[in-house]
Design a protein around this ligand. Structure first.
Ligand code: URA
Ligand code: CA
Length: 437
């Protein structure tokens, strides 16, 4: 008979677990026969001993099967999902999803809320007046068949093992374990029913995998899990050293996404990554023969305004006010704005994404606990990026807040977040590499 104790001990001693042992542990935890303290010890054993590829695949599948696996077969065409491992100012979904949909790729996306210093697409979308992400599965599927795109909040029934496990990992210092991250993400992707998956795996300061080699390993493992489960899958490795976009905060990020879809901010990093992801979605969705052609198709959707139109359609279909795409003042706005200035002349060496994420959390844009309510209007706008030259006294960033005490708390932190030195540092490529395209 299998016993939780023996399985923990086996992993603690660095041995390889069988599929049956992994299923036993995950299902026992979800059913409540394996208590939190044994799961905590199990996670810590995995944290130190790791898992081989087969174990990670089996863990992902056991987690996927802890709940409902969504059936999207009523939607015609190759359904493509997109997922980012999480970051700051990372609003690519709001750009690449409408772009891909405008190119004819059916986008049926389930997504989550932000937790910790990283933002979530559901919160951002809810800053659009009226917008609802609470759809039934029937409405979700019908909307994709009608307008080609729908974005809904991940249902409670999707991978309950991950919900319970993530909460436990969060308080036991076992979030940043490669097998646990890979199985957490892939179990949800495999359960959400898409035929193809585009992953944006972050490396650097603001991501869960700070070192490039960790991020590469995570990407490789997730791509293998996807392929072995019959999905078409590709992964990009992109930098999260500094926030991806210049706008950080829920309504602020929606603003930046709209500006990019309007064709503004042509040189922005956010636009570059979003276009690559959209092109990959178009390619995997078989709306182009080659990735080069897919990129042209995606860029055309952007330049022609079709992507922006698709976003407006999405907003309208989900009861939001589509006029926001013309009038950004319809989005919630903070009443206090303060500019932070450079304390020295020189080159910006770093703007740590994690620090900026925490500042935006302090301002009220994110949650420290799941139950916290958030302020959709607050956040930060960066006026400078890493590598740029600044003069003493020049604006570096703007703080958007609702109360003076929070503003005072964040002003100094934001100023100190910008590291300025006499010489520029060699720049880090924004998109490091891609697997599977
Ligand atoms: N994102 C997830 O969904 N799970 C993790 O474990 C880390 C990032
Ligand atoms: Ca995530």
């Amino acid at each position: 008979m299998l016993r939780a104790y023996d399985i923990i001990k086996k992993k603690r001693d660095g041995e390889v677990l069988s599929k049956e042992e992994i299923i036993f542990f995950v299902s026992g935890f979800v059913e409540g026969t394996i208590p939190d303290y044994q799961m905590s010890a199990f996670c810590m054993a995995i944290y130190f001993q790791g898992m081989n590829e087969e174990e990670i695949l089996n863990l992902s599948l056991a987690m996927r099967d802890s709940g409902e696996v969504i059936d999207l077969s009523e939607i015609k065409g190759v359904k493509v999902d997109k997922h980012s491992t999480g970051g700051v100012g990372d609003t690519t979904t709001l750009i690449c999803a409408p772009l891909a949909a405008a190119c004819g790729v059916p986008v049926a996306k389930m997504t989550g809320r932000g937790l910790g210093h990283t933002g979530g697409t559901v919160d951002k979308l809810e800053s659009i007046p009226g917008f609802s992400t609470e759809l039934s599965k029937k409405e979700f599927i019908a909307q994709v068949n009608k307008i080609g795109i729908s974005i809904m909040a991940q249902s409670q029934e999707l991978v309950p093992a991950d919900k319970k496990l993530y909460a436990l990992r969060d308080v036991t210092a076992t979030i940043d374990s490669l097998p646990l991250i890979a199985s957490s993400i892939m179990s949800k992707k495999l359960a959400s029913g898409a035929d193809a998956i585009v992953l944006d795996v972050k490396f650097g300061n603001g991501s869960f995998t700070k070192e490039l080699h960790q991020a590469e390993k995570l990407a490789e493992i997730m791509v293998k899990i996807g392929s072995q489960s019959g999905k078409k899958i590709a992964a990009f490795l992109t930098s999260m050293e500094q926030p991806l976009g210049n706008y950080i905060g829920n309504a602020l990020e929606v603003k930046e996404a709209i500006k990019i879809l309007r064709g503004e901010e042509k040189e922005s990093d956010l636009r570059k990554v979003a276009v690559e992801l959209a092109a990959c979605m178009v390619f995997l969705g078989r709306k182009a023969e080659t990735i080069e052609e897919a990129k042209k198709v995606a860029l055309h959707a952007l330049d022609s305004g079709k992507g922006l139109e698709k976003l407006a359609e999405l907003i309208k279909a989900q009861k939001g006010n589509p006029k926001v795409i013309e009038d950004l003042s319809l989005l919630p706005a903070a009443n206090l704005v303060e500019t932070v200035h450079a304390s020295a002349t020189g080159y910006i060496q770093s703007i740590p994404a994690q620090t900026i994420g925490y500042i935006s959390l302090l301002l009220g844009a994110g949650r420290s606990k799941k139950e916290d309510s958030i302020d959709l209007s607050v956040g930060v706008i960066l006026k400078k990026r890493v590598g740029e030259k600044v003069e003493k006294g020049e604006p570096l960033a703007e703080l958007y807040a609702h109360d003076h005490s929070k503003l005072n708390l964040c002003r100094k932190q934001l100023e100190e977040a910008f590291c300025i030195a006499a010489e520029p540092l060699p720049s880090i490529p924004l998109i490091q590499s891609a697997i599977g395209v």
